[in-house]
Design a protein around this ligand. Structure first.
Ligand SMILES: Cc1cc2nc3c(=O)[nH]c(=O)nc-3n(C[C@H](O)[C@H](O)[C@H](O)COP(=O)(O)OP(=O)(O)OC[C@H]3O[C@@H](n4cnc5c(N)ncnc54)[C@H](O)[C@@H]3O)c2cc1C
Length: 311
């Protein structure tokens, strides 16, 4: 965008132009509403080449799905796009004003937040650079391609029981406790019933494709490794998230906080809708697209509802 100050007022500003934001904006564009999509270009799955499990796009490049969605959206004449980061958002009378790093602003009557989440992995050497390639968090997304081979679960806490008990449907599972927790008797029995091997020796590092090197020197090559990350809402540079700046209520999820929404994807702040990973305890592309469609429709209906007529 040339300078954000030149931009007119929009019906809706969608912050985040990946799967959820694109889907929200598509509904609004098809209602001929003026939409501004602002996107910082850092999709959560940018570390993975391929995306699985989304109907008609199973195995497609993750980037290609987003690029095709963006191209189809931008064909609508009422859509404006900014490759920018929104650094501030606040109510401004009965509208909302969002701010950009250059000091420019844009105004919209409604906001859709679709900024996704950030992942934080445990500090194990070699883990981060394999994220999305041979280290994953979602069995439905990447479990099938491991061809029923040896699968490691690197524990980050008791939540890793979930991975360890699910993943035997995808291969032979070893749970690496790595000091994160010690299974109690009931958990140990459940792991045994699912045929899970439990390894207590600390993990020193990951090498090769997904080879775990243990502190005692043993090497255990795996077809893939699963880990539960901590998730957080993206900060805007100054520390506060957009949800915090706007005063949106949050919920505590098992992996991190997410924005509380109702069945219409409305947040606790009137006029602000939220969708995708930032509005769910756990997400994927299909859920992001579905939530985005609901947020777009609901934002549109809320504009019409200003007429005070039931629709
Ligand atoms: C390694 C990995 C592999 C995955 N594989 C799969 C898979 O195979 N299948 C599947 O269904 N799911 C997969 N997922 C999950 C999937 O990536 C997410 O569920 C999906 O990306 C959520 O979409 P979203 O639109 O909510 O958020 P995102 O895709 O994360 O997009 C959020 C967008 O908002 C932008 N943004 C953030 N803050 C701002 C701001 N302040 N201003 C402007 N823009 C901003 C970001 O830059 C980004 O472009 C995977 C996830 C990971 C981590």
């Amino acid at each position: 965008m040339a300078t954000s100050r030149e931009w007119a007022e929009f019906d809706v500003i969608v912050i985040g132009g990946s799967y959820a934001g694109l889907s929200a904006a598509m509904q609004l564009a098809r209602a001929r509403r003026r939409v501004l999509v602002v996107d910082a270009g850092r999709r959560r799955n940018r570390f993975a080449h391929h995306s699985h499990g989304f109907l008609t796009q199973d195995g497609s490049e993750a980037a290609a799905i987003a690029a095709q969605g963006k191209a189809q959206l931008q064909a609508y004449p009422t859509v404006a796009w900014a490759n920018e980061t929104v650094v501030s958002a606040a109510a401004d009378g009965d509208q909302f004003r969002v701010g950009f790093p250059d000091g420019g602003t844009a105004v919209g009557r409604r906001l859709v937040l679709a900024t996704g989440v950030n992942d934080t992995l445990p500090p194990v050497e070699g883990l981060g650079e394999r994220w999305g390639r041979s280290v994953f968090h979602c069995p439905y997304c990447h479990g099938y391609e491991l061809d029923e081979g040896d699968i490691g679960v690197l524990a980050t806490g008791e939540l890793s029981m979930h991975h360890a008990l699910m993943l035997p449907d995808w291969g032979r599972v070893t749970l690496f406790l790595n000091g994160a927790f010690v299974p109690d008797a009931a958990q140990a029995a459940a792991l045994a019933a699912r045929g899970v091997t439990v390894e207590a020796a600390p993990v020193a590092r990951i090498e090769g494709e997904a080879e775990l090197v243990l502190a005692d020197g043993r090497r255990l090559p795996m077809a893939g490794l699963f880990v539960v990350p901590r998730t957080s809402l993206p900060s805007t540079g100054g520390g506060a998230t957009l949800a915090d700046q706007l005063g949106c209520a949050l919920e505590a999820g098992p992996m991190g906080d997410f924005v509380r929404t109702d069945a219409q994807q409305a947040t606790s702040v009137p006029g602000v809708f939220c969708c995708g990973d930032m509005a769910r305890a756990a997400g994927n592309v299909a859920f992001a697209v579905a939530g985005g469609a609901m947020a777009g429709v609901a934002a549109h209906r809320s504009l019409i509802a200003e007429l005070q007529q039931p629709i």
